[in-house]
Design a protein around this ligand. Structure first.
Ligand code: ATP
Ligand code: MG
Length: 246
């Protein structure tokens, strides 16, 4: 489905349609629509644009992925439905592995999310059909993960649940989160929190990664160290509270 070109909210409607198409195709879970709606509300309050602070977080995150030894991008149904190409491109620009991560895991949906990434150009997708291995502290279905994520030193999560973020941190990993809600547990627990819509955050990070690639790991690490996530989150919250006027 496509909204008419003249519609003032065309971009937003097209995005919703990608999600409902994803629901029909079995890539998106019903609860994924609710999570997306919560994100939209925050996006509205932020003026549906990348704030300066978010751009800074995106750049620091790109640097962290490039500096990592074993970076992983963790992809759920919503991301596979709304921006699979961007996820694949960021993985290749940063040398990251792609992993399927579903809150409501079912063998059928796992495969559909993987196929969406393969169709978008991914060479390999991890986390499908994994038996036995789990993230400590999470019940089996949600905790299922294969070597890619268990061995990762840096994990990028998008639209993620706070629980899993906390457990990944507990395993000693650095976590980057893309989450429009600066108050969510995920946003508060992550090492770098990008308060931006994932459809804007990923293209920005791809551009950043391509630019930063030429820097050595020491310079990249220094960029990450100079980034203050607490301050960034506080400022993002302040932007929302002070009231953006459309
Ligand atoms: P937490 O468990 O971390 O406290 P939550 O319970 O508020 O989070 P969940 O439903 O677990 O939320 O996860 C969905 C999160 O993803 C929400 O915080 C929502 O704002 C965010 N989100 C939804 N759509 C997008 C999007 N397109 N881009 C970025 N973030 C999004
Ligand atoms: Mg939650």
């Amino acid at each position: 489905v496509e909204a008419p070109v003249s519609h003032p909210r065309k971009a937003s409607l097209d995005l919703r349609h990608r999600l409902t198409d994803g629901l029909e195709g079995g890539v998106v879970a019903p609860a994924g629509l609710i999570a997306f709606g919560r994100g939209e509300a925050f996006d509205y309050l932020l003026g549906e644009r990348t704030c300066f602070q978010a751009a800074e977080a995106e750049r620091a995150a790109a640097a962290l992925l490039l500096a990592a030894e074993r970076p992983v991008l963790s992809v759920n149904g919503n991301v596979a439905a709304i921006c699979p190409r961007e996820a694949v491109e960021l993985a290749s620009a940063t040398g990251s592995k792609l992993e399927v991560n579903l809150f409501y895991r079912s063998p059928g949906r796992e495969v559909k999310v993987r196929d969406a990434l393969l169709a978008a150009g991914a060479k390999a997708v991890y986390g499908v059909g994994v038996k036995g291995k789990t993230i400590p502290g999470l019940e089996s279905e949600r905790g299922r993960a294969d070597e890619a994520i268990l061995e990762a030193d840096v994990v990028l999560v998008m639209l993620e649940d706070g629980d899993r973020t906390e457990k990944l941190k507990g395993m000693g990993k650095k976590v980057i989160a893309v989450d429009l809600n600066p108050l969510s547990r995920t946003a508060r627990k992550a090492d770098i929190t990008i308060v931006d819509n994932v459809v804007r955050a990923l293209p920005n990070m791809i551009k950043d990664a391509k630019e930063l690639k030429k820097l050595g790991k020491e310079k990249l690490k220094a960029m990450v160290a100079a980034f203050d996530n607490e301050r960034n989150l506080r400022e993002m919250e302040e932007i929302i509270r002070s009231g953006f006027k459309p």
